[in-house]
Design a binder for this molecule. Structure first.
Ligand SMILES: [Zn+2]
Length: 204
């Protein structure tokens, strides 16, 4: 039987016997994530933004291209309980920690959950232009080898967001990050095995 026809978990999209959703307890982070994605992106089995939504609670998607998406983005930007920023890895970037100290509010982090090429396009959408850009201070090698990344050091959505949460010293995150990373490693391994891919890095 072809693996692609096997029954999949509707949440993690792994074949049922590999499902990682059991005893799933998502972490509520003080920082909100606004995940900018698309219906097309969400259908891709190796999409990690969807996986992120299994482990984090304070996260909501906006589907780019869907009717009214710009209004949804605008109302996220207007929220007074957070300071809006966008995560994008190319310089120049602001320091998220300093923004937090200056405004005294947690961040509403806009994350572009798509390919590198698309992300560059989305970044230039007028509604996103005035957001302060933040990046990662240190970028470790990617542990995600399921989709081609055209730029070196470009991390998948999952790794970029979890690293950022750690760098921002998000309250309580240190105690759950090990579990969250384990889940990610397991998920990547399962998909790689399904696809007959050789593991090119040694996940820690
Ligand atoms: Zn599952």
């Amino acid at each position: 039987m072809n693996k692609s026809n096997q029954e999949r978990c509707i949440q993690c999209r792994l074949i049922i016997q590999d499902c990682i959703c059991s005893e799933n307890s998502a972490f509520w982070a003080e920082h909100k994530i606004t995940l900018l994605t698309s219906k097309r992106e969400e259908r891709i089995i190796s999409n990690t933004g969807r996986l992120l939504r299994l482990v984090l609670e304070n996260i909501s998607p906006v589907y780019i291209g869907k009717k009214g998406w710009e209004k949804e983005v605008e109302s996220e930007i207007m929220r007074t309980d957070y300071t809006p920023v966008i995560l994008f890895p190319t310089p120049p970037v602001c320091d998220g920690q300093i923004i937090m100290e200056e405004t005294g509010k947690p961040l509403n982090i806009f994350v572009l959950d798509t390919s590198w090429r698309n992300a560059r396009r989305w970044l230039h959408k007028p509604v996103l232009m005035n957001l302060k850009k933040i990046g990662l201070k240190t970028v470790p090698p990617s542990e995600y080898y399921l989709r081609k990344q055209s730029a070196e050091n470009y991390l998948c959505t999952f790794q970029a967001v979890t690293l950022l949460m750690a760098e921002l010293r998000t309250k309580g995150f240190a105690s759950v990050s090990f579990q969250i990373n384990e889940k990610f490693t397991l998920w990547v391994k399962s998909l790689a095995r399904e696809r007959g891919l050789k593991i090119t890095t040694t996940p820690s």
